[in-house]
Design a protein around this ligand. Structure first.
Ligand code: DON
Length: 310
């Protein structure tokens, strides 16, 4: 039976489909093959109800939405002090792929831009000094993301290969980090893990449950499994709030007012702590790399359901 929330989401889906701006990401050639009209919306409550409308079971790659989760794993595996010694928590106002470090500290400004995210990846499983191979580090990341989703996830090898073949800007960032002593060991090995982390396949329902797991203090609402120690949830949500939408973070905060993260695969994940997780999938992106329909849908949801936390 359709609930009032189902009816609301189906109405919102139609309003989303009327938004036709933006363009599919094509700097990773494999991403350009997606149907630009796909649109899905999911809302998952912390007591385990999942409401869905549209293309919620179509797989796409997680891309930058992996960043807060890899940051969370770095905090758990390397410890807060070691992570903060290498990655700051300040909004940058720069594009996600900007080649920049904080001039004063020499660290990436935050874990949501690529420089910080590549550093997080290098710190999962305790960092390069921990004697862990790239395969093992990737295994830890995929298993960690799977715990957040509540089902086994896997790398889309075609997207990973496509990003690796074209990821020269990220390699430049990796070597810059190596030159400043932020990355240890071979940056190319870390970058291959990062490319494959970004290519983990999810669907809109997975993302809503990953968001709901964060909203639920780190425990998955359906499996009951703990995906993240409660003590690290606040730090992850704080950087999502200030940096999750990159240089559009201020506008997002005014209009939506929820911790969030977007990815160039077309996903956006957002959450209201203690209440619910939201996810929207629609691959056409705005100038900041955020899904046009995703930003629209989250703005409408925030206003209509009174979700803005301020
Ligand atoms: O680093 C990259 O280029 C991608 N794999 C991830 C970028 C991304 O999703 C940016 N977010 N909107």
């Amino acid at each position: 039976m359709r609930s009032p929330i189902d009816d609301y989401l189906h109405g919102l889906l139609e309003r989303c489909r009327a938004q036709d701006g933006g363009a599919v990401a094509d700097y990773i050639p494999e991403l350009a093959r997606v149907d630009p009209e796909l649109t899905g919306i999911c809302l998952a409550t912390i007591d385990g109800h999942v409401y869905e409308a549209g293309d919620t079971h179509v797989p796409f790659t997680i891309q930058s939405i992996s960043k807060p989760f890899a940051y969370a794993m770095a905090l758990e595996d390397a410890g807060v002090a070691a992570v903060e010694a290498r990655i700051d928590v300040e909004p940058s106002g720069d594009a996600f792929n900007s080649i920049s470090l904080d001039p004063a500290s020499g660290r990436p400004l935050n874990p949501m831009i690529n420089a910080g995210a590549i550093t997080s990846t290098s710190l999962v499983s305790g960092g390069a000094g921990a004697g862990v191979s790239g395969e093992e580090r990737l295994g830890r990341i995929v298993a960690g993301l799977s715990r957040f989703a509540g089902r086994p996830l896997a790398v889309d090898e075609d997207v990973a290969a496509s990003e690796s073949a074209t990821g020269h800007r990220n390699r430049a960032i990796g070597w810059m980090l190596r030159s400043r002593g932020i990355l240890d060991g071979d940056p190319d090995a870390t970058l291959e893990v990062y490319f494959r982390q970004c290519a983990v396949g999810v669907d809109c329902r997975d993302l809503s449950l990953m968001a709901a797991t964060l909203a639920n203090g780190g425990v998955h609402p359906l499996t009951g499994e703990r995906a993240l120690a409660r003590e690290h949830v606040q730090q992850v949500l704080s950087v999502m709030t200030t940096c999750g939408m990159y240089d559009a973070a201020g506008n997002w905060m005014v209009r939506v007012g929820l911790p969030a993260k977007s990815g160039v695969g077309g996903g956006i994940l957002a959450l209201l702590p203690g209440q619910l997780g939201l996810a929207v999938f629609s691959p056409r992106l705005d100038a900041w790399g955020n899904s046009v329909r995703g930003v629209f849908a989250c703005g409408e949801l925030s206003r209509d359901l009174d979700l803005h936390f301020l």
